[in-house]
Design a protein around this ligand. Structure first.
Ligand code: CO
Length: 209
């Protein structure tokens, strides 16, 4: 049986399991959501947001795209950020990249990828910004890993450039975090991005309020 053929059967089992523990489970879910975290991750099928974090339905608002990008003219990610910050009032935003990211790998190759070109261009820009550091890394795999980390860092900075994040940080202490998931070990790594420091450095240019 293919994965697709098992889905409705899996769903029925899942409902049974949830109701066995708590008969009011779905009634409670239907009342609404108050997630504490907005998670922005890669669409990669190996990086399953809720599963790897061990969180339950209702706990994390999730957005995924190729290579976990935060692009200022992408209406999709910007709508998610604005809704999560201004309406759901999440306390934290996480950008989670991952080693072995095909999107980042593709951005390192000199090839025409059609509609993906403008999307991956943003990763090439991250490379250009950090060219001095990256070009010093002789080993291609290590350079690839470092670009993945730097891409997460730059997407965190892109979050900080938005008015919604700046205001929520000032008013109620919203914070931004950069993580990397290591597909090879299953480990989630906190890059410990210094959010207040970065904010201090870029506000001179990016202040919106
Ligand atoms: Co990826």
């Amino acid at each position: 049986m293919s994965t697709f053929d098992k889905i409705f059967e899996n769903n029925a089992k899942w409902i049974e399991e949830k109701l066995a523990v708590n008969p009011g489970y779905f009634e409670e879910l239907a009342k609404g959501q108050t997630p504490e975290i907005l998670y922005i991750g890669c669409s990669d099928s190996r990086v399953t947001a809720e599963d790897l974090m061990g969180v339950q339905p209702g706990e994390v608002f999730v957005h995924r795209n190729i290579a976990n990008m935060v692009i200022s003219i992408d209406m999709n990610v910007m709508s998610v950020i604005n809704y999560a910050v201004r309406h759901l009032k999440v306390k934290r935003i996480v950008v989670c990249g991952h080693y072995y990211c095909g999107g980042v790998k593709a951005a390192m190759q000199p090839s025409d990828l059609g509609i993906l070109n403008p999307w991956l261009r943003n990763i090439r820009d991250v490379y250009r910004l950090h060219k001095n550091e990256l070009n010093k890394i002789a080993d291609e795999n290590l350079r690839y890993n470092r670009l993945i980390e730097l891409n997460v860092q730059e997407q965190c900075i892109n979050l900080i450039k938005t008015a919604a994040v700046q205001q929520a940080h000032k008013e109620r202490g919203l914070s931004v975090h950069g993580w990397v998931f290591d597909v090879h070990s299953g480990k989630l790594i906190d890059l410990k991005i210094d959010f207040p420091k970065i904010l201090g450095e870029i506000m001179e240019i990016y202040r919106l309020e």
